[in-house]
Design a protein around this ligand. Structure first.
Ligand code: CO8
Length: 372
C-alpha cells in the first residue's frame, strides 16, 4: 500500500455573476407575468397566484449573496428562466469537458505535472450532459493523459466519493496520478422559476490531483489520512430527469425534471448525519474534532455549516470552517473543494483538515488530510 497525497487543485470560475437583487428582480417580473396570464383562474380560485421572492429572505435563509453562471441572459429572461447554451457538434469539445480541462490545467500546474503524467480521470458531478462516451474519456484525450477515465454521480458528494476512488487506486497501485474534476453546470438543471429554490445554485468547475507520495514533486502536499463515504436513501432532494422520460411519454418541462427538495427536512436531517460522520471518521483515525485546524465543508447553507461546526467543536467558527457560498452559492459537489482550494495556504506542516460533503442521496463523504 502506498501513501497518497493531494498535490494540486484548480478552480474554473464562470464569467458572469447574478446578484440576489438581479435574480429577484427578474423572478418577480416572471411572477407578475404569470399571474397576469392566469388572472381568470386566480380570480376563480382554481389557481393559486405565484408569490414573489425577496433578497432579505434569500440572505437570511441561506447566506447566499450572489452566484456565478456560464450564461446569464436566458436565466434572467422572464419568458425563458433557464440558460441558453449553443449545441456543439460531435467534433467539438463538450461543455463539461472544456470546463474540466481549464480547471485541470490549474491543478496540474500547481502540482508541477503535465497531462501525460495522469493515468486516470474521474469526472464526478451532479449531472452529466450526455450518456456516452464518458466526459472523463474526452477530458483524458484533451489533456493527453493515459490510463482510463469514467464518469460518476453522487450529487453533492460526487467530489468526495471520487476522491476516495482516486485515493484507493493510488494506494493499491493501480494508478499513480489520478485527476478528479467536478464540472457543475447547476444552471442547466435548476428550477429558476420556483421561488423555494431559484436562489440556491451557482456554476463552477473544480479539479483535484491525487498522487503517490513517493513520486510526488509538488512544493505543497496534503497527505490523505483517510476517506469515508456513507449513503442513506431519501426522496427529499430529487430530480427525475432521465433517459426513460421519452418512453414514459412524460413532459420534459415538468417540475420534477429539474432540481426539487424539501429544504427544511434536508436541513434538519442532514446536519446530524454529517456531524456524526465526521466525528466517527476522526475518532477512527485517532483525532478529536477540536484538534482539526480546518473544516472545508459542503457549501449549501450558512446555517447548516454553523450547526455542523457547533456540534463538532462547540462554537460556530468561520475561521475554522470558512464559507464560500456567499460568493459562489451552492455549487453542488464543487463547494467543499472550492473551500479547500481557497482557504488552506495559512495551514502549517502537521495541521489536519477535513473536506466534507453532504447532500442528495442522502450522501456524505469525508477526506481527512494533513499538510506535509
Ligand atoms: N423569497 C421569499 N420567501 C420565500 C422564498 C423566497 N425566495 N422561498 C421560500 N419562501 C417562503 C416559503 O414559502 C415559506 O413561507 P411559509 O412559511 O408561508 O410557508 C417561508 O419562506 C420559509 O420557507 P422554508 O421553510 O423553505 O425556508 P428555510 O428557512 O427552510 O430555507 C432553504 C430554505 C434555504 C432551502 C433551507 O431549507 C436550506 O438550505 N436547506 C438545506 C438544503 C440543502 O442543503 N440542500 C442540498 C441540496 S444540494 C444537493 O444535494 C445537490 C443536488 C444536485 C445539484 C442540483 C443542481 C441544480
Amino acid at each position: 500500500m502506498h501513501s497518497v497525497v493531494i498535490t494540486g487543485t484548480g478552480l474554473h470560475q464562470p464569467p458572469y455573476t447574478i446578484t440576489n437583487a438581479e435574480l429577484v428582480e427578474s423572478f418577480n417580473r416572471y411572477v407578475a407575468q404569470e399571474n397576469t396570464r392566469h388572472a381568470d383562474a386566480i380570480a376563480a380560485g382554481t389557481r393559486a397566484p405565484l408569490q414573489p421572492s425577496s433578497v432579505e429572505f434569500i440572505e437570511k435563509a441561506s447566506g447566499i449573496k450572489q452566484r456565478y453562471v456560464f450564461e446569464k441572459e436566458g436565466i434572467l429572461d422572464p419568458q425563458r428562466m433557464y440558460p441558453r447554451y449553443q449545441e456543439r457538434s460531435d467534433d467539438q469539445l463538450s461543455m463539461m469537458a472544456e470546463l474540466a480541462v481549464a480547471a485541470a490545467r490549474q491543478a496540474l500546474q500547481q502540482a508541477g505535472r503535465q497531462g501525460v503524467d495522469i493515468d486516470a480521470v474521474l469526472c464526478a458531478a451532479s449531472n452529466m450532459q450526455r450518456a456516452y462516451p464518458a466526459m472523463a474519456i474526452e477530458i483524458q484525450q484533451a489533456l493527453g493523459a493515459g490510463g482510463y477515465g469514467f464518469d460518476m454521480n453522487v450529487a453533492c458528494s460526487s467530489a468526495t466519493f471520487a476522491i476516495e476512488q482516486a485515493v484507493n487506486a493510488v494506494r493499491t497501485g493501480s494508478a499513480r496520478c489520478v485527476l478528479v474534476v467536478n464540472p457543475e453546470i447547476t444552471s442547466g438543471h435548476q428550477a429558476w422559476n420556483d421561488r423555494d429554490c431559484h436562489f440556491i445554485f451557482g456554476d463552477v468547475c473544480t479539479a483535484i490531483l491525487v498522487e503517490r507520495a513517493d513520486s510526488a514533486t509538488a512544493p505543497v502536499q496534503w497527505e490523505v489520512l483517510g476517506t469515508r463515504l456513507a449513503t442513506q436513501f431519501s426522496n427529499n432532494i430529487r430530480n427525475n430527469f432521465g433517459f426513460l422520460n421519452r418512453s414514459e411519454d412524460s413532459d420534459p418541462q415538468a417540475r420534477d425534471k429539474t432540481f426539487r427538495q424539501e429544504g427544511r427536512k434536508v436541513f434538519k436531517e442532514v446536519v446530524p448525519i454529517a456531524a456524526a460522520h465526521i466525528e466517527g471518521h476522526l475518532a477512527d483515525l485517532g483525532h478529536v474534532p477540536a484538534a482539526v485546524r480546518r473544516y472545508w465543508l459542503h457549501q449549501a447553507n450558512e446555517g447548516m455549516n454553523q450547526f455542523v461546526i457547533k456540534k463538532l467543536v462547540g462554537e460556530a467558527d468561520r475561521e475554522r470552517a470558512p464559507l464560500i457560498l456567499d460568493e459562489f452559492a451552492n455549487t453542488a459537489s464543487a463547494g467543499s473543494v472550492i473551500a479547500f482550494h481557497k482557504h488552506r495556504d495559512d495551514l502549517v506542516a502537521g495541521d489536519i483538515g477535513v473536506i466534507c460533503s453532504f447532500g442528495a442521496g442522502y450522501s456524505v463523504g469525508s477526506v481527512v488530510v494533513r499538510k506535509r
